[in-house]
Design a binder for this molecule. Structure first.
Ligand SMILES: [Ca+2]
Ligand SMILES: [Ca+2]
Ligand SMILES: [Ca+2]
Length: 131
């Protein structure tokens, strides 16, 4: 069972999703979408329902992400916690910044484009001189 499903449907947080919980969640959604409370969904309300479901999924996904990244356990993602777990950008930056001056110059970008076999969108197989 995907944790995402648990996040969305496990209302009492016991790690199991019961039929009742699914029904309750659906009823909750419906009631929330039925803005005028007439017991039926108008086109606008149906759109609202879709938004609610989409929101639920995004929130659940965010909650799962926070749980994974939250080093100090405060239930929030601090900037440092994000940085620490998404180190992918740092090596790329370091690699591009060949002279290590903390900035990436156009030359360095060109060199990266030529040297690493990354397809350039500028077209033409010829780059600058080999470095
Ligand atoms: Ca449950
Ligand atoms: Ca309605
Ligand atoms: Ca935290």
């Amino acid at each position: 069972m995907a944790p995402l499903m648990l996040e969305i449907y496990d209302l009492d947080g016991d790690g199991r999703i019961t039929r009742e919980e699914i029904e309750a969640r659906k009823a909750e959604r419906f009631a929330e979408a039925d803005a005028d409370g007439d017991g039926g969904l108008s086109p606008e309300e149906l759109v609202a329902l879709e938004d609610i479901i989409r929101d639920e999924i995004r929130r659940a996904r965010a909650a799962a992400t926070i749980e994974r990244f939250d080093d100090n356990g405060d239930g929030l993602l601090q900037f440092e916690e994000i940085e620490e777990r998404t180190p992918r950008l740092a090596p790329i930056f370091d690699r591009l910044d060949r002279d290590g001056d903390g900035g990436i110059s156009q030359d360095e970008l060109d060199a990266a484009g030529d040297g690493r076999g990354e397809p350039s969108r500028r077209g033409g197989p010829r780059g600058r001189d080999r470095g």
